[in-house]
Design a protein. Structure first.
Length: 196
């Protein structure tokens, strides 16, 4: 490895570390009110270092939100791989979604809701999650471990509940945060597809 390769590797490692710290910061505190100067101060770096990650505060936020959901998706899929029973996979999937969302504060979700690029990332991940539940239900129906339900309907219903969670409707109606709402959704779906 040349010294240039080594320097490039160190630079990328530092950028990844800063991005991970940024993810933790925005999950805890949100991002709408924070300035680029404050981000640099809190991340113990210069603004030019942050500009090395993204060209603006908005692009930094987008990078952090993308990274959060990429990591969350990978972690959720690891949970699904373990159980053999399809109902357990469905439950593991939705409970893992709840677990991954747990660190996200109400401030984060409020800021995501009002910042279109972040909202689009969340909505895309919500649609993907609903499609994954539909896929797991379909596989369970085919294997006979899930009662013969209409998998597309289950996926559509899950998508609607997930969208309501995302919009804050579930929190407003029930007082449940997003993670708790996903736990309730997991219980409801698994009970609904159990063989009779």
């Amino acid at each position: 490895m040349t010294s240039l390769d080594s320097r490039t590797t160190r630079t990328q490692a530092r950028r990844d570390e800063l991005l991970d710290q940024l993810v933790a910061l925005v999950l805890t505190d949100g991002f709408a009110e924070v300035t680029l100067d404050e981000l640099a101060r809190r991340l113990h770096c210069s603004k030019s270092t942050l500009y090395g990650i993204a060209a603006s505060k908005e692009q930094l936020v987008v990078a952090a939100v993308k990274r959060f959901f990429q990591r969350a998706t990978a972690a959720v899929e690891e949970h699904v791989a373990a159980p053999a029973d399809h109902r357990e996979q469905i439950s593991a999937y939705l409970l893992a979604v709840a677990e991954q969302l747990q660190p996200a504060s109400p401030a984060f979700f409020a800021d995501v809701a009002t910042f279109a690029p972040a909202r689009e990332i969340y909505e895309h991940n919500t649609r993907s999650a609903a499609a994954r539940v539909q896929q797991l239900v379909s596989a369970g129906v085919a294997a006979g471990t899930v009662r013969p339900v209409h998998a597309s309907f289950v996926g559509a219903a899950v998508a609607q509940v997930m969208a309501a969670i995302h919009r804050g409707d579930i929190t407003a109606t029930t007082g449940l945060d997003d993670a708790a709402a996903y736990r309730e959704l997991a219980g409801l779906v698994v009970a609904g597809v159990a063989p009779r």
